[in-house]
Write a protein that binds this ligand. Structure first.
Ligand SMILES: C[S@@+](CC[C@H](N)C(=O)[O-])C[C@H]1O[C@@H](n2cnc3c(N)ncnc32)[C@H](O)[C@@H]1O
Length: 207
């Protein structure tokens, strides 16, 4: 068993209850980012996970203050001019806007999120940053509103850990990715099995 890859099995948790709790939490991150959370946020987090100052230059402070990722999708490589990008769980928009700058006027970015307050924030931040090659769509990551094979690159930051069915989301990611495209995901991994009773604990999911 030790060297065998383990596949995350779907967790039996009420999806509607979980989504509502996640939306309540990230509505606060959008509208009240200075409140203090049990995870890092904002510019301080960007420093911790290694975002370069040059990536943040010109990005609206409103997107930066609601940053709540768990890693750095650009640590795997910066994006190239002209690439089409999907940001799964785009939150306040920081990664989508950084990506939009990297891919330039000939590239396109689609951010997808289920929390209306995050979408409002991301759309406002795009305008404030003078970025017009990023758009934000309201949807679940389990059903991405993007055609098959559209994306050259799929980025995501701190979001995959929030779905009870990771295989379903990964299948959906591969559906929208063109053959030979790239996944650049920053997220949380555990090396030990999470106890079954902890998986039922909604409060443990949202943070
Ligand atoms: C930890 S935040 C990260 C946001 C952003 N990627 C960032 O790095 O700042 C998680 C985001 O995922 C979104 N989210 C969680 N579950 C989702 C789902 N099933 N479908 C779509 N979005 C989801 C939340 O609304 C929230 O904006």
């Amino acid at each position: 068993m030790e060297n065998q890859a383990r596949v995350a099995q779907p967790v039996d948790v009420d999806t509607d209850t979980l989504r509502k709790a996640i939306q309540d939490e990230y509505k606060e991150v959008a509208e009240n980012p200075g409140k203090g959370f049990h995870f890092h946020t904002g510019r301080r987090l960007a420093g911790i996970v290694g975002y370069k100052d040059e990536w943040l230059t010109g990005i609206s402070e409103s997107a930066i203050e609601s940053f709540a990722g768990t890693g750095n999708p650009f640590a795997m490589g910066e994006l190239a001019a002209g690439e089409k990008v999907v940001d799964v769980g785009s939150g306040g928009g920081i990664d989508s806007l950084i990506a939009a700058r990297m891919v330039g006027a000939t590239g396109e970015v689609v951010g997808v999120d289920m929390t209306p307050e995050m979408l409002t924030k991301a759309r406002g931040a795009a305008v404030e940053s003078g970025i017009d090659n990023a758009e934000f769509r309201e949807a679940y990551m389990e059903e991405l509103p993007v055609p098959d094979g559209w994306a050259d690159v799929l980025i995501s930051n701190g979001v995959l850990n929030l779905t009870p069915d990771k295989q379903k989301v990964l299948r959906e990611m591969f559906r929208v990715l063109r053959p030979g495209g790239r996944l650049q995901i920053g997220d949380i991994m555990v090396s030990r099995e999470v106890p079954a009773n902890a998986k039922q604990e909604i409060a443990l999911w949202t943070g």
